[in-house]
Design a protein around this ligand. Structure first.
Ligand SMILES: [Zn+2]
Length: 476
């Protein structure tokens, strides 16, 4: 308690400092960015605060490794397939930065007031000493990010010399002639680089030099640029390990390599879906039954295990999120069309997931052209798995008996709820299922549950189904 109290007093005092002199007398201690991150990380561990808020499903796997890397002061490479929250992890690392840090006011590269590296600030301090003004930088301004592409240049990443000034005879290593690139502008912060293997080899060398805090070559001129950075990069594991994509010394320079993964459980997949999806328009009430969410999550999990889908690029969590959103939208569209106030996704809505699924999965070459078949097989697998999680086909003899007596029911994404409830809504097994699924008893919800039961019975070979153009008829 005493420690926390005195610390906050120091922070208040330093936050008030406006010049280098005031900062010095406030007792401010200079740290590099890695020391700062380690201190804040350890403080979070002591208080039990979540390390990286909003990162789901990594508590036992990725986060401990990442924390160790930060404690070790390592730069980090995250290896993982698409949609494993790699970019989000990178960005959320600013949680390990102080809310504000002092820098020399007006410096392009956030020079520390006690140790400037740019020519402008060195000259300024030589002239004005302790009266030089400082600025306080927020932590979200201390994160720089770049998607690696083959056309990134040294100028983009590190900087460019002005050939005219050089020709005028100014001293070559004079940093006044440099236009700083993204890395120097992120000085004293965190630099994230996505898809590292896509960086041209020449640029990888530049990055390596910066990380080694040595001289760097700009257009053949050697410039000393001892930047203070925490570098975190990401890569697809296959690209990263394939020969010749990353220069070996750069690989060595990343002290820790952390492997990310997809949500291990359906529950975590659902948790991410819920957290990330766009809100539904407020003019409709939406009930998204849990069993439908489970089907969406299960579909993604099955796709990640399917031999017909390319697993080297992976199946992103974003597929679950987009499918979730599209199911909700289809239910809202139906509600608007048939004049219902309540939107409830149902099985026949799954047919509309092609637009959010195709493009997020890569069908293996052997199955090319069979995309629809592959996806509908996965869909049936997902429904079947979720059905057996809640029910057994044997418990619906009453429904089957009704169909044996000649009942037929046409279902479809555009058919109103009353049509379903009139047909078999009064059967006690429907009410039992509603209760089992913890759903409220309303006609639109009943319609959704009825479709789930009928499809479950069909997949368990207890009912027949004829399909034509997005409509289906269940019969015996
Ligand atoms: Zn400066």
């Amino acid at each position: 308690m005493f420690l926390a109290g005195s610390l906050s007093i120091v922070l208040m005092m330093t936050a008030a400092a406006r010049t280098i002199g005031e900062l010095r007398s406030s007792g401010h201690v200079r740290e590099n960015v890695k020391q700062e991150m380690r201190r804040n990380l350890l403080a979070r561990l002591r208080t039990g605060e979540p390390l990286l808020p909003g990162i789901v499903g990594y508590d036992e796997t990725v986060l401990p490794q990442l924390a160790n890397a930060v404690i070790s002061g390592h730069d980090v490479i995250l290896l993982g397939e698409r949609g494993q929250a790699k970019s989000r992890i990178m960005r959320s690392l600013i949680n390990f930065l102080d809310p504000q840090v002092p820098a020399i006011a007006g410096c392009e590269i956030n020079d520390h007031p006690f140790g400037p590296i740019c020519r402008r600030c060195l000259d300024l301090i030589a002239k004005d000493g302790d009266t030089v003004e400082i600025a306080w930088i927020d932590r979200d301004q201390r994160y720089g990010e770049k998607l690696a592409t083959p056309d990134i240049s040294i100028a983009d990443l590190i900087g460019e010399v002005d050939p005219i000034k050089v020709a005028e005879g100014r001293y070559l290593a004079d940093e006044m002639t440099i236009h700083y690139g993204l890395l120097p502008r992120t000085n004293r912060g965190i630099f994230g680089i996505n898809e590292l293997p896509d960086l041209a080899e020449r640029i990888q060398v530049g990055l390596l030099n910066i990380m080694e805090e040595k001289d760097v070559q700009i257009r053949g001129y050697r410039v000393r640029l001892p930047l203070d950075l925490f570098v975190i990069a990401s890569a697809n594991p296959e690209d990263y390990t394939s020969r010749g994509r990353i220069i070996t010394p750069l690989k060595d320079r990343f002290g820790s390599q952390v492997r990310t993964h997809y949500p291990l459980t359906i529950g975590e997949e659902m948790q991410i879906m819920e957290a990330e999806r766009h809100p539904v328009p407020e003019d409709f009430e939406l009930i998204f039954p849990t069993f439908m969410k489970e089907i969406v999550a299960e579909l993604t999990h099955l796709a990640r295990r399917s031999p017909h889908i390319s697993q080297s690029s992976g199946v992103s969590v974003r597929m679950s999120i987009a499918n979730f959103e599209n199911l909700a939208s289809n239910a809202v569209r139906r509600a608007a069309r048939v004049g219902e106030a309540l939107a409830v996704p149902r099985i026949t809505d799954l047919a509309f997931l092609t637009s959010s699924t195709a493009g997020r999965v890569e069908i293996e070459a052997l199955d090319e052209g069979k995309e629809e078949q592959v996806l509908s097989r996965l869909e049936r697998g997902a429904i079947s798995a979720v059905f057996s999680r809640h029910f057994s086909a044997a418990q619906f003899d009453g429904i089957v008996a009704r169909f044996e007596d000649g009942q037929m029911l046409e279902v479809g994404e555009g058919i109103n709820a009353r049509t379903y409830t009139r047909a078999i809504g009064e059967l006690p097994e429907v009410a039992t299922a509603l209760k089992k699924l913890s759903l409220p008893d309303r006609p639109e919800v009943r319609a959704s549950v009825i479709e789930f039961l009928l499809e479950g019975l069909h997949l368990n070979k207890r009912l027949n189904k004829d399909e034509v153009e997005g409509r289906a008829v269940y019969r015996r």
